[in-house]
Design a protein around this ligand. Structure first.
Ligand code: ZN
Length: 81
């Protein structure tokens, strides 16, 4: 019996996030527990900083559309791009 090794570390959960206004990189800020429902997040102030080291752009995303993201399996790996 063979069990896929990748399945035990795969993160299949959905996260709430926005796109960085500068570099368009998804900024994840919360775990979506809505199970398919529309994000019910309306924080008064949503100040987020881009996670990209070369960007680090900070902006107020209170008025921005919140999207749902699924964390890529290779998230732990660092790319030198
Ligand atoms: Zn950015």
């Amino acid at each position: 019996m063979h069990i896929s090794q990748s399945s035990k570390t795969a993160d299949t959960r959905w996260y709430l996030g926005v796109h960085c206004r500068k570099c368009k990189t998804p900024i994840l800020f919360g775990l979506d527990r809505g199970e398919g429902q529309a994000p019910n997040v309306a924080p008064r102030k949503l100040l987020l900083t881009c996670g990209k080291a070369e960007c680090r752009h900070q902006a107020d995303y209170s008025e921005s559309r919140v999207d749902r993201f699924q964390r890529p399996p290779e998230a732990g790996k660092r790319s030198n791009a």
